[in-house]
Design a protein around this ligand. Structure first.
Ligand code: ZN
Length: 177
C-alpha cells in the first residue's frame, strides 16, 4: 500500500530504528508498502526508501535503480572505503546531487565513500554479503543513515556543502539553519 512519506522536520525520522527479529506477516506487509510507496514517487523520483520514512522505526530499506533492486534488512557495515569523494554522474563528469524523498526538491553535492560492503538479510530471510560501488554505495549510505536517524542535510552541514532547491525549473541556493 502506498504510504505517506514523513517530512524532514518530523521527529520520528530522528529515532534509531530497531532490528528485525523475524520476517513475519507484518514485516512482509511493511516491505510491500515500502516498494509500493517508492514506485509512485515521480516528482521528484526516488531511488530508495527506508522504513522510518513511512513511520516504522525498523531496520529495513529498499532501493531501485536501473538493474539494481534490493530489500535490505538489518544491514551491518563490514567495510567502508576511506576515500570520500562526491560521486560523479555517469559520463558527464558532473557531481551527483544527493536528495531525499523526505525533503523533496532539495539537493546537495554530498561526499560519500565510493565503496561499502555490508551484510544483510534479504526479504526471504537469507543472509547476504555484498559490496556496492559508486552511486549504489551512495544510496546504501544514505538509507543506512535513515536507520540511525540521520538525514542527508546533517551531512551537508557537517561537510559545509551548499544546499540547493529545484523549483519551477530553476536552481536556487538556500541557507541551512
Ligand atoms: Zn532519504
Amino acid at each position: 500500500m502506498n504510504r505517506k512519506i514523513l517530512k524532514s522536520t518530523d521527529p520520528d525520522l530522528r529515532r534509531v530504528s530497531v532490528p528485525v527479529k523475524k520476517i513475519d506477516k507484518k514485516i512482509i506487509a511493511l516491505i510491500t508498502d515500502l516498494k509500493d510507496t517508492l514506485k509512485v514517487q515521480k516528482d521528484p523520483e526516488g531511488v530508495g526508501l527506508a522504513a522510518p520514512q513511512i513511520g516504522k522505526p525498523v531496520r529495513i530499506f529498499v532501493f531501485e535503480f536501473e538493474d539494481w533492486k534490493r530489500v535490505i534488512i538489518n544491514p551491518k557495515v563490514l567495510e567502508i572505503s576511506k576515500a570520500k569523494s562526491v560521486v560523479p554522474a555517469k559520463g558527464d563528469g558532473k557531481e551527483i546531487l544527493e536528495g531525499c524523498l523526505s525533503l523533496p526538491n532539495y539537493y546537495g553535492p554530498l561526499a560519500r565513500s565510493n565503496k561499502i560492503k555490508i551484510e544483510y538479510m534479504d526479504e526471504f530471510g537469507a543472509t547476504k554479503t555484498e559490496e556496492f560501488k559508486g552511486f549504489i554505495a551512495q544510496i546504501v549510505q544514505h538509507e543506512i543513515d535513515h536507520l540511525e536517524g540521520i538525514l542527508f542535510v546533517d551531512r551537508i552541514l557537517e561537510q559545509k556543502k551548499p544546499l540547493f532547491r529545484f523549483e519551477n525549473d530553476e536552481w536556487e541556493e538556500v541557507e541551512l539553519v
